[in-house]
Ligand binder design. Structure first.
Ligand code: ZN
Ligand code: ZN
Length: 409
């Protein structure tokens, strides 16, 4: 499949790199209008509209534009905690067609025959990344994004001071006009969206300059989002009314926050269970021990009871110390995977004690068939070897001793 290289955002909008916000906005509106499906029947019109939309989303946002200029990527070198995405990305495009995106900028019925002029704001999507700890305890997060918000200059009415809405003279308030075209088949009548009021049926005497009579304008917004405890990646939180503002005071869409839970260094999440590793010394593994670790909740200490005779890789389950189950008091389990480590810091005496133990176990393992005298000799040999070992360990610098008991056969 042939993939086009990503186009430069400035080239897409055909603006100079030092263009100011107003120039960018005008260029965007102009471009977007020429790509209107009524006007532009080219098969790539939708694709191009998306490009224009994406370019505008970046270049109209000071921070993203600065990042784009500097790094060639709107999210910057490290990225932000959240970023603007079209809601259709999150939902795989289902239910949010081209028309919806287009309409939200122009408030028109976009010429779909018989469609009611759409003036409600559309829903918007945004991604939010939280740590596993934040997902466990639940948290409040502030997300920043750019939306079409009610215009501050005109209070969302779209009219400048002294201006007012009146019925569109061109379409007499219907929002549609009939056009007559001459074709080789004769005259053809087609219905189209009124070019004067863009399907609104009303025009404003003195439209507000800031919003060009839309009653809404791009604005950088901050919204606080309550992330519930136990949230999983991909779950969404809806903040009602924080999507795009409607045209001239009509209802706003919602902001749909899609939560991403980052991976943790300490725990691996499997459903609501948390897996981690605990290290215990081989001697502790033999007799059993308890290890206290920091839990997933702030200030939480979890005691892992490692049983006597614990093997490498054995799993010890601590019930109800995993992730909270969303919407419930219950929690998943914590599963500690035991890593047995051989101690390398024993004192000489401890080493001798272990050596004696090892020797004793190897003697016990000898078959009973041996004669008594032979056994006595063996025991004598053992104590001599132990003395040799003691001497060996007593030296100022000692090397890991060869097993003094193994040589005797
Ligand atoms: Zn305004
Ligand atoms: Zn009209």
């Amino acid at each position: 499949m042939h993939v086009e290289p990503k186009k430069d955002y400035y080239e897409v909008l055909e603006v100079p790199r030092d263009a100011d916000a107003k120039t960018i906005k005008r260029a965007f509106l102009k471009k977007a209008r020429t790509l209107h499906p009524d006007v532009n029947k080219a098969p790539d019109a939708e694709e191009r509209f998306k490009e224009v939309n994406e370019a505008y989303a970046v270049l109209s946002d000071d921070q993203k534009r600065a990042n784009y200029d500097r790094y060639g990527d709107p999210s910057g070198p490290g990225g932000f905690g959240s970023d603007y995405v079209d809601v259709s990305d999150i939902f795989g495009g289902g239910g949010f067609g081209f028309g919806d995106i287009f309409d939200s900028f122009f408030g028109g019925g976009a010429g779909r025959a018989g469609a009611q002029a759409r003036t409600r704001g559309r829903d918007m999507g945004i991604r939010l990344t939280v740590t596993l700890e934040e997902a466990a305890s639940g948290c409040k997060k502030t997300v920043a994004y750019t939306r079409l918000a009610p215009c501050e200059d005109c209070g969302g009415t779209g009219a400048a001071e002294g201006g007012r809405a009146r019925t569109c003279e061109r379409c007499h308030g219907t929002g549609r006009v009939v056009e007559v075209q001459r074709t080789i088949f004769g005259q053809m009548q087609t219905q189209a969206t009124c070019p004067v009021c863009h399907g609104q049926g009303q025009v404003i005497d003195h439209p507000c300059e800031t919003c060009e009579g839309q009653g809404r304008a791009p604005s950088r917004e901050k919204v606080e989002v309550q992330v519930p405890a136990g949230v999983h990646s991909g779950q969404t939180i809806t903040v009602s009314g924080k999507g795009e503002a409607g045209v001239r005071g009509d209802a706003s869409g919602d902001l749909v926050v899609s939560v991403e839970v980052a991976e943790s260094d300490r725990f691996e999440r499997r459903g609501d269970d948390l897996f981690c590793t605990v290290r215990v010394d081989a001697l502790q593994a033999i007799v059993g021990t308890s290890v206290t670790i920091d839990g997933i909740m702030e200030g939480e200490h979890v005691t892992v009871e490692v049983p006597a005779g614990c093997q490498f890789g054995q799993q010890v389950v601590v019930e109800r110390k995993g992730m909270p189950r969303m919407g419930m008091i219950a929690r998943g389990n914590l599963v500690a995977v035991v890593q047995v480590e051989t101690p390398t810091d024993l004192t000489k005496k401890q080493l001798l004690d272990v050596a004696a133990l090892v020797a004793e176990r190897s003697l016990d393992a000898e078959p009973d068939a041996k004669a008594g005298a032979e056994k006595d000799a063996e025991a004598e040999g053992f104590s001599a070897a132990a003395e040799n070992a003691a001497e060996h360990f007593a030296k100022e610098r000692w090397h890991a001793p060869r097993n003094p008991f193994r040589s005797r056969k």
